[in-house]
Design a protein around this ligand. Structure first.
Ligand code: ZN
Length: 128
C-alpha cells in the first residue's frame, strides 16, 4: 500500500513531514471487532441476571453487538497502528521527532527544542 503523506500543522501553517505509517493488519482488525462484540455480549450476559433491566438492556446489547463489531472494523481500518517520523519545527527550525502507537487522531506533539505545539494531521484514507 502507498504510504499516506503526513502533514504537520503549526498554528495554521502546514509543514510536510518525513514519516512512516503502519496500518492495522486484517488479523488485528478482527481482534478489535471481536473485542467490541465481546463487550456488547458481555454486557448482555451480566444484565440477564438483573430484574427489569434485563428486559431492555439484554436484547439491546445482543442486537448491537454485531453492529458494534462492524463499526469498529470499518473505523479501525482507516486508523494508523503506528505513526513515526520527524518534522522541521516552524518556529525554531530544529528537527523534531514524533511517535504515536495505538493512538487515534488528533495527534498533538511538541517541538523537542522550543516546546511549540503542533498537530500531526491524519489524512482521511480513501479520500487521498
Ligand atoms: Zn521548535
Amino acid at each position: 500500500m502507498k504510504q499516506p503523506v503526513i502533514i504537520a500543522e503549526f498554528a495554521g501553517i502546514q509543514v510536510p513531514t518525513h514519516s512512516h505509517v503502519e496500518l492495522y493488519n486484517s488479523k488485528e482488525l478482527m481482534v478489535k471487532a471481536a473485542q467490541a462484540l465481546g463487550v456488547c455480549w458481555g454486557t448482555a450476559a451480566i444484565t440477564i441476571f438483573i430484574p427489569v433491566i434485563h428486559l431492555v438492556v439484554t436484547p439491546l446489547a445482543l442486537i448491537c453487538g454485531p453492529f458494534a463489531a462492524v463499526f469498529v472494523y470499518i473505523k479501525a481500518r482507516k486508523l494508523p497502528r503506528l505513526v513515526d517520523g520527524s518534522v522541521t519545527c516552524n518556529h525554531c527550525k530544529a528537527e523534531t521527532k514524533f511517535h504515536f502507537v495505538n493512538a487515534s487522531p488528533p495527534f498533538y506533539e511538541q517541538c523537542q527544542a522550543c516546546r511549540t505545539g503542533y498537530e500531526v494531521l491524519w489524512p482521511k484514507l480513501g479520500e487521498v
